[in-house]
Write a protein that binds this ligand. Structure first.
Ligand code: HEM
Length: 127
């Protein structure tokens, strides 16, 4: 059986760097920043724990917070198709900056894209 993505991308060390780079981008993104808290400390910690289990590492999130129910936890935020694209663009840039292999980046982005689509709960505003 192929080793999980978690071990192939370098496990905890990579994920710690990933959340730092990613949320710096989110905090500066005009479509995303308004729906996030000013202080990203807890958001980073939760995402670090979630991504650990999402990619086949230790189930840190579930042990700390219970079942992820990710879509339900996003319902109080208006997640539009535009915001989903912005989130994915920040993540793509993050993976590029981490210098991961193309094959690993592609596998990670496929999983992120699928999950981001699933989080959409609000249509884009027409203007
Ligand atoms: C589609 C675009 C997305 C947007 C706009 C978005 C936005 C948000 C926001 C505003 C929060 C709350 C932050 C906080 O209060 O600390 C949050 C939490 C979270 N998001 Fe997303 N998110 C998106 C996609 C994703 C995806 C694809 C994943 C996982 C692969 C993810 C994983 C999480 C996790 C684990 C939390 C913490 C949940 C908790 O325990 O409260 N999100 N997200």
């Amino acid at each position: 059986m192929e080793e999980s993505l978690y071990y192939r991308f370098g496990g905890e060390k990579t994920l710690r760097q990933l959340v730092e780079i990613f949320y710096d981008k989110v905090a500066r993104h005009p479509d995303l920043a308004p729906i996030f808290p000013d202080d990203f400390t807890l958001t980073k910690e939760k995402q670090f724990k979630f991504l650990s289990q999402f990619f086949g590492g230790p189930d840190l999130y579930t042990r700390a917070y219970g079942h992820p129910m990710l879509r339900a936890r996003h319902l109080r935020f208006p997640i539009t198709p535009t915001r989903a694209r912005a989130w994915l663009a920040c993540m793509q840039e993050t993976l590029d900056e981490l210098g991961l292999e193309d094959r690993i980046k592609q596998e990670m982005m496929m999983r992120f894209t699928y999950t981001a689509q699933h989080m959409i709960n609000t249509p884009d505003e027409k203007d």
